[in-house]
Design a protein around this ligand. Sequence first.
Ligand code: EPZ
Length: 422
Amino acid sequence: MERIVIRGGTRLRGAVAASGAKNAALPIMAASLLAEGPCRLSNVPELRDVRTMATLLESLGVRVAGGAGAQLVLDASAATGHRAAYDLVRTMRASVLVLGPLLARFGEAQVSLPGGCAIGARPINLHLKGLDKLGAEITIDEGYVCARSRRLRGARIYLDLPSVTGTMNLMMAASLARGITLIENAACEPEVAELGAVLNDMGACIEGAGTDHIRIEGVQWLGAVDHSVMPDRIETGTFLVAGAITGGDVTVRGCRPAHLEAVIEKLIEAGAEIQMDADAVRILGSDRVRAADVKTGGYPAFATDMQAQFMALMAIAEGTSVMAETIFENRFMHVAELRRMGADIRVQGNSAVVRGVKRLSGAPVMATDLRASASLILGGLAAEGRTTVSRIYHIDRGYEQIEKKLSALGAQIWREKDPGGV
Ligand code: EPZ
């Protein structure tokens, strides 16, 4: 096992390039199952979750070539598999994204129930309710969702919660259904809009992807597509917080500031200066970080995936901030670890009350989930002394070489074998 070590106190300076978005790459890879031809994807981030999705697709008969910095080619022309095995699905919840495409293309799907994770129970009832509306016969058998349908038929689906992967699964399934499907109260995340654009490039007929009302007219088949994956807005936001928390001067290039308005507004409220154009954003951190209240929500509200990172910044702010997490029921796992670094944070229900302290102190801490890992690294960058973050396999799921990118900005950060072996 490995750990990341940080010697805090350096003001970060310089520019870093945003990688492709994990939460766009994964659904687009799953969509390749719908295509009767190769999907050529560029700007795919080199992440553990991307490798897991590629392995899952190969197990379903998709021919996978390239990747690891080169173009990723996914050809499902000859794919016939329909069973997504538990040993893969349990390591990555996003595996559920193959359910809709398998059902739509092959009329059958067996996908292991993903199970929960550190941040919550993560049910998929809304995915299944929507597929049922599209005419699928669904049973749960020994921990697997078994879905069958000769041909899905269009339907009106109202999502009780604007589930991101739920919206994606249903959009992909409805693309090959007979007739019109309306998805109401759909998730509006930019990654949903991106998937809709890719499906249309494959021959689908989708209007409104990226809004809360999506109309899909089913087609007979979908073909090959070439696509460059959009930049990762959460990675971008994470590096902006790195600039703010160290009082540095950091520019993120090749990003889309328009996808991060709520986070940028809160960074300005917290005392940072921001300069931006269409594809780059520069942050000038201030020596006086101010407390700012945050409430997470579906896009375009403040992203839940940025809550842990922003909390690290609030931990050294002047004043007290209240951070309300409205999306997941257990997304404060980073609090106990930040407190080990001297943060003064109290959790009350789905809110955390953060009373800023002058400085954090470096300490050995443990990552519990992807964004919590980022939060601990950010805390380490600002802390006095040395911080070691163990179980960093969590961070490798969603950040491409984070320590190399931070080191290029002047951070004293490195990866080493974890003598504790955890
Ligand atoms: C996606 O997860 C992202 N993952 C998450 O990013 C992100 O935090 C989340 O959307 C919210 O933005 C990917 O895109 C691969 P949801 P998803 O379905 O789709 C409840 C990261 O750090 N719900 O929008 O699984 C659910 O429990 C990850 O990159 C149901 O009740 O999230 C949650 O409370 C973490 N029933 C809320 O809805 C369902 O059928 C939102 O979940 C589905 C969801």
